[in-house]
Design a binder for this molecule. Structure first.
Ligand code: GLV
Length: 328
């Protein structure tokens, strides 16, 4: 039987990669090269299916270069790297990896929140710099996390996992979301629904875990930063583009807010250099889901979606099921 032509655009765990070798006509990127759009387009030219990662842009131009392509499996829950409308118009099935990374990403959200509040990275740099001479009563003042108010923007599965962690710190959790949670879920998260302005004005910690869409572009910009408390800490584990990075750099520099913890950036990995000059920001390189168990689970789920789609079944995490209905 003719083998399906598959591209895997990013490195997979070796044993998972092995399982694909005999099964498909495979082109893969086990060397984990950064694939420029032109290279990705060349590699896609004769492929029927592609497994991609958040760094791979699947847009109308790429689809044009890949006339055989009918399946795109993202190794991520967020899929703003994929033009879903263009894929649907071309009847290309798109899948993502929801559910398996919520707790791990929530852990990183809390790590950034704690690190920014208690100046963990800044003080680590200072200790390594050989500056520590004495314990001082008024040095290294940070912000208390326990009993503080946490405002969560985006109360999907990850937001809810953050709220559950916050209960252990006796935090007062408020949230804002496109739609309000069912009362039993609110109760399970010990979280109260408030409007966005109230959340920004009253929260000690503001944490973003929204998907990035045109509607969520610059959810935090100059006006929102001005609404926030001057001692507030901002955390972003959602996507670059939720925050206007230039405005945030200015606010951190002027101490209009106290600190930030950021895992995602506009135009990453080429984030604005202004961040590098600031002590009151903790920067991580988009590692929200990066634990061994979770990244394996994401890869396995992406491959489950791939196998299902290639065998004519409905993939478990299809984002555009109308494409299958619309197939001749
Ligand atoms: C990672 O950023 C994801 O969306 O899964």
């Amino acid at each position: 039987m003719k083998k399906s032509k598959v591209l895997v655009a990013g490195k997979l765990f070796d044993d998972l990669h092995e399982t694909l070798l005999g099964r498909y006509d495979l082109v893969s990127n086990q060397a984990d090269e950064v694939l420029e759009p032109a290279t990705l387009a060349r590699l896609m030219a004769d492929r029927e299916a592609a497994v991609v990662t958040p760094v791979d842009r699947v847009d109308a131009a790429l689809l044009e270069a890949a006339p055989q392509l009918s399946i795109v499996c993202n190794i991520a829950v967020g899929y703003n790297n994929i033009d879903l409308g263009a894929c649907t118009a071309r009847k290309v099935v798109v899948t993502n990896t929801p559910g398996v990374l919520d707790e791990t990403t929530a852990d990183l959200g809390f790590a950034l929140l704690l690190a920014a509040a208690r100046r963990v990275v800044e003080s680590d740099r200072w200790v390594r710099g050989g500056h520590w001479q004495a314990w001082r009563t008024t040095a290294w003042m940070g912000r208390d996390v326990h009993h503080a108010r946490l405002g969560i923007l985006g109360m999907g599965r990850i937001g809810q996992a953050i709220a559950r962690r916050a209960a252990g710190f006796a935090m007062d959790v408020v949230y804002h979301n496109r739609s309000r949670l069912a009362p039993e879920l609110e109760q399970a998260c010990s979280a109260r629904y408030v409007d966005k302005d109230q959340l920004l004005e009253t929260s000690d910690f503001v944490l973003l875990c929204l998907p990035y869409t045109p509607a969520t572009h610059h959810t935090i910009g100059i006006a929102e930063l001005q609404c926030m408390r001057s001692d507030a800490v901002l955390v972003n584990i959602g996507r670059g583009g939720l925050i206007d990075d230039a405005a945030l750099i200015e606010a951190l520099r002027a101490r209009r807010i106290a600190a930030a913890g950021l895992d995602v950036f506009e135009n990453e990995p080429l984030l604005q250099r202004g961040f590098f000059d600031l002590d009151n920001v903790v920067l991580t390189p988009h590692i929200g889901s990066a634990s061994l168990a979770t990244r394996r689970a994401m890869c396995e789920l992406a491959l489950q979606n791939l196998h299902a789609a290639l065998s004519g079944a409905v993939p478990p995490n299809i984002l555009n099921p109308q494409v299958l209905g619309a197939r001749p």
